[in-house]
Design a protein around this ligand. Structure first.
Ligand code: GLN
Length: 452
């Protein structure tokens, strides 16, 4: 922990940490030393972590990188961070992110953007989002590992942009309790780490049934590390033709075919598959996620949490809500609340929200069919490109297209992992994604491990 504290204090250059918690870290590290000395140390004991600002941490500012939660210090600890701390992990600080996890470039944060530690010709690039602070901190060695959350790709896309590993588990595997809600039917937390083994160890510590989250699955937690044999002989890997998008760059095509070859060489059977509803995933996601967000964010009313606008004489409660929310939420969050409110409104509910839910069911069925046909995992690129320049991608629709390979996984509730898979021509990391059967994170991690 000592070795990292200097970095946390001086992490201004990347803007990855938004709050240092080195006092807490010192106490946790001392307790961890004690456990290690007593021979009672789980694998996470003494491991210095960064925690995404979306996780509520008791007595420590937890703002989801939003102005509306200005100064909010929860009186409770999220289930995930409690579990990690019980396992002996050490919290170095809170990590930057897109406001309320809405974004793909970490440029919507009230704390300002994060800088990717990878550079081309000194050009500042995005680390991706929304878990951009987590990705940058792990990639730049500002912690050993970090927590992330993934609603439509926010673990996997930043992992790919920074050359690290990130897994979004099956929906229900990790408790959402104490994590600031974005789109509750899609949100899952997961580890962001330097390699697959670390991901397996940390995921195991984060998982488990939690009665405080009604969607948390009551299933035993497997030993994910034990699944890492590297043996994938006889496994069937699906290559979905719908992910071969028009205009896909030659580099991404090559990344994908090289990955396919490696799996084949390792003894897997490669199968061409079809997921016919893929093209509707992005529009369905950008209806469902804002709809749920508009409902979840209704609680920020200027009374219960954080910021309240200064009011003028004669202002009533409506003015208080309006002024508080106009000041407290950034532009992207306001856009989501407006879109979400619109698609849920009486006249448009069936045309947008209900239709998106039907599309979601079809996307899920596409996956169920290929798994029933014997496919064990699906290989795709993680992102359509390498990291782009900060300030380069200002059109919201263009930004949403970044999530084209990742959102299907959330809509279907499946586990997905991004792993580093080489560099592009300018020397930037590129990632591959593997999608697994529900509840088979062990198998999925093992296929990823065979590619390392
Ligand atoms: N980029 C997507 C969005 O902005 C996904 C975000 C996430 O997974 N939290 O909604």
């Amino acid at each position: 922990t000592g070795a990292y504290s200097k970095e946390v204090e001086a992490s201004g250059a990347l803007n990855a940490y938004v709050e240092g918690t080195l006092n807490i870290a010192a106490d946790q590290a001392k307790a961890a030393d004690q456990r290690i000395a007593e021979g009672d140390a789980p694998d996470m004991c003494g491991i210095p972590l960064g925690i995404k600002d979306l996780f509520c941490t008791k007595g420590v500012k937890s703002q989801a990188a939003s102005g509306i939660l200005d100064g909010f210090k929860p009186e409770y600890e999220s289930t995930v961070t409690s579990k990690l701390f019980d396992a002996g992990a050490v919290m170095l600080g809170k990590l930057n992110m897109d406001e309320f996890a809405m974004g793909s470039s970490n440029e919507t944060s009230v704390y300002g953007n994060v800088v990717n530690p990878w550079k081309v010709d000194d050009r500042d690039l995005t680390p991706g989002g929304s878990s951009g602070g987590s990705a940058a901190a792990v990639a730049a060695d500002l912690c050993v590992a970090a927590t992330g959350t993934d609603t439509g790709g926010s673990i996997r896309q930043p992992a790919a942009f920074t050359g690290i590993t990130g897994i979004k588990p099956t929906y229900g595997r990790v408790s959402r309790w104490g994590i600031v809600a974005f789109a509750s039917s899609l949100d899952q937390a997961g580890p962001m780490t330097k390699d697959v083994r670390d991901a397996a160890i940390m995921l195991e510590a984060m998982c488990g049934h939690d009665p405080k989250d009604s969607t948390s699955a009551d299933l035993p937690v497997p030993n994910f590390e034990a699944a890492l044999t590297g043996d994938i002989k006889g496994k069937t890997i699906g290559i979905p033709k719908e992910y071969r998008m028009d205009g896909m760059s030659a580099e991404i095509e090559k990344l994908w075919s090289d990955g396919t070859e490696m799996l084949k060489d390792a003894g897997a059977e490669i199968k061409d598959i079809s997921l016919p509803h893929t093209k509707y995933a992005l529009p369905a996601y950008y209806v469902i996620a804002p709809a749920e967000a508009s409902s979840n964010l209704a609680r920020y009313d200027g009374v219960r949490f954080g910021h309240r606008a200064k009011l003028d004489a004669g202002d009533g409660i409506t003015e208080m809500y309006e002024k508080t929310r106009a000041e407290g939420f950034g532009a992207e969050v306001q856009r989501r609340v407006m879109v979400g409110t619109y698609v849920l409104s009486a006249g448009f509910y069936d045309a947008y929200y209900n239709r998106a839910r039907k599309v979601r069911a079809l996307i899920k069925q596409d996956f169920e069919k290929v798994f029933a046909d014997g496919v064990d995992a699906i290989l795709t690129p993680a992102t359509p490109s390498a990291a782009f320049g900060l300030g380069e991608n200002m059109d919201p629709i263009q930004m949403y297209l970044n999530d084209v390979f990742t959102v299907t996984v959330n809509l279907a509730g499946l586990p997905g992992i991004a792993i580093p898979a080489g560099l592009d021509a300018s020397g930037l990391p590129l990632g591959l994604q593997l999608i697994g059967r529900p509840w088979e994170e062990g198998d999925l991690l093992n296929v990823a491990y065979s590619l390392e």
